[in-house]
Design a protein around this ligand. Structure first.
Ligand code: GRF
Length: 200
């Protein structure tokens, strides 16, 4: 595998997006570290199985968002990671990390932003009755689910969809899209000017 960029992946949950990055044959990036705020995150087992170092930084160990973020930033910097990939990381990071890794923090979100930001995007799409939702990969800025959009994929909402069925089809798109975006970013093919992102 050609290693172009070293990344740290932050994950709170099952880690299927982390797994997609691990399994991508031509990712062009090396996952140097996996960080989770939750000791029971499935992502940690996936990291161990792949031989990737991991750290647990429990949210409850810290008195403020800034202290929590400082601890995570320290782990990322120690790993030598040049970019940060959020993959189902359910904590908001403070501005220090965003500033230290400006336009080098990527996130994947299960809606077509700016529709349905927040932690319940798939349910909100169902509740709203939209006919199309999807996936967004974006750079992280100081506002939640707000930064410059890198790539999007549309996913139709089917008449019989429930949360599980819709989220499963969204995740299938996520697992295809995220490695492609991370690889393109690692190879220097993605450029940001203000809110506009250009692919080369
Ligand atoms: C994904 O649906 C992602 O869009 C959202 O959190 C979920 C993480 O899933 N941010 P997994 O832990 O990668 O399976």
């Amino acid at each position: 595998m050609e290693v172009v960029i070293k990344i740290a992946v932050l994950a709170s949950g099952s880690g299927t997006n982390l797994q997609a990055l691990i399994d991508a044959p031509d990712l062009g990036a090396e996952v140097r570290l996996v960080v989770s705020d939750r000791p029971d995150a499935g992502a940690l087992g996936r990291a161990e199985a792949a031989g990737i170092p991991s750290r647990i930084v429990p949210w409850g160990d810290f008195g403020s968002r800034t202290e929590f973020t400082t601890a995570i930033l320290g782990e990322i910097e120690s790993s030598g990671a040049e970019a940060v990939v959020l993959a189902g990381f359910m904590r908001v990071l403070s501005d220090d990390l965003i500033a230290a890794y400006r336009n080098r923090v990527l996130n994947i979100h299960p809606s077509l932003l700016p529709a349905f930001p927040g932690a319940h995007a798939v349910q909100h799409a169902l509740d709203h009755g939209v006919k199309v939702t999807g996936v967004t990969v974006h750079f992280v800025d100081e506002e939640v689910d707000h930064g410059p959009i890198i790539a999007q994929r549309a996913v139709p909402v089917l008449p019989d969809d429930d949360l599980a069925s819709l989220h499963a089809r969204i995740q299938a798109e996520e697992h295809d899209l995220y490695p492609k975006v991370v690889g393109a970013f690692g190879r220097g093919q993605i450029h940001v000017e203000g809110r506009m992102v250009r692919w080369q």
